[in-house]
Design a protein around this ligand. Structure first.
Ligand code: NAP
Length: 283
């Protein structure tokens, strides 16, 4: 039973939550939509997750985003999973109704909207190389597969995770060629239309360049899911070699817009949310 009708509370759960920008775009959106709502950051230790999810109505929480390491761990606590969340095997958005929780995943659709609507990339029939086989790669590869890519090759240092992801994709998407690369060279980036970095490599200044120079070419879209820093070594190289490049801020924006629309039923104010995110780069 909800005790206090307003403001409605939304927020992000994860651990740790140091670099999150989500509160900036959601609070700006709530203001623009004139909603009596607040978005907070809830850094939860693993032992706190269960109690937190079981007491959302007492906290007046109507919706949550979920990030590392809880995207899979929240699944047993939701009463209903969207088809997309089931396909990806992870939840990044929870809607808290009066007596039940619903789980969604907007990461893959957010990525897809960004590359198609803002970057003009059409996935149909394309060849894709992906570095990383974690949660973000699951979302990205499922959405690209739904959008009709021809071939997906994935590399991850963690072989077990990669094998699971490939098996999952092969079962769900017939007619698409899925390949396991055993090294970055095996990704065959030279023949790809799209390269996605879905690892955290590049977040730290000391991180190495994740590909070699000769692999990047004109006509390639180099998409780094990382948005902080704004320009990773990979994106800098892509630019120098004449490739089209993008960091992950657009994906963050679109996944956030989709989450907000699920929670509120209102059209998300895209430019307000985009500006709120971009402010973080000039601080
Ligand atoms: P994750 O679940 O930890 O997955 C990352 C995967 O990359 C892991 O399997 C990891 O293997 C692997 N890996 C690490 N270093 C590698 C390397 N040098 N070569 C190949 N594979 C390597 O993380 P995630 O949730 O998928 O997130 C990945 C990145 O995407 C993060 O930087 C995250 O911030 C970003 N992201 C951005 C958005 C957005 O909206 N823009 C949304 C979601 C995620 P190990 O487990 O062995 O390290």
């Amino acid at each position: 039973m909800r005790m206090t009708p307003s403001p409605k509370i939304f927020g992000l759960i994860g651990y740790p939550l140091k670099h999150s920008l989500s509160h900036l775009m959601h609070n700006a959106a709530f203001r623009a939509l004139n909603l009596d709502a607040r978005y907070g950051l809830f850094e939860l230790k693993p032992q706190e997750l269960k109690n937190f999810l079981e007491s959302l109505s007492q906290k007046n929480i109507y919706g949550l985003n979920v990030t590392i390491p809880y995207k899979e761990q929240v699944i047993p606590f939701v009463d209903r999973l969207s088809a997309q969340a089931r396909l990806i095997g992870a939840v990044n958005t929870i809607r808290a109704l009066q007596d039940k929780l619903e789980g969604f995943n907007t990461d893959g659709e957010g990525f897809l909207k960004h590359i198609t609507e803002d970057l003009g990339f059409s996935p149909e029939g394309k060849t894709v190389s992906v570095i990383g086989a974690g949660g973000a790669a699951r979302a990205v590869t499922a959405s690209l597969s739904k959008a009709g890519v021809k071939r997906v090759t994935i590399y991850d240092t963690e072989g077990g995770k990669l094998k699971n992801l490939l098996a999952h994709l092969k079962v769900n998407f017939k007619g698409i060629e899925f390949n396991q690369a055993h090294s970055i060279d095996g990704l065959n980036i030279n023949n790809s239309d799209l390269l996605v970095n879905a690892t955290p490599v590049g977040m730290k200044e000391a991180d190495p360049l994740i590909v070699s120079e000769a692999q990047i070419h004109r006509g390639l879209l180099v998409y780094d899911l990382i948005y902080n820093p704004k320009e990773t070594k990979l994106l800098k190289l892509g630019k120098e070699k004449g490739a089209m490049v993008s960091n992950g801020l657009g994906m963050l924006l679109y996944q956030g817009m989709l989450s907000l629309e699920i929670w509120t039923g209102k059209i998300a104010p895209k430019e307000v949310m985009r500006k709120a995110l971009e402010v973080s780069y000039v601080r």
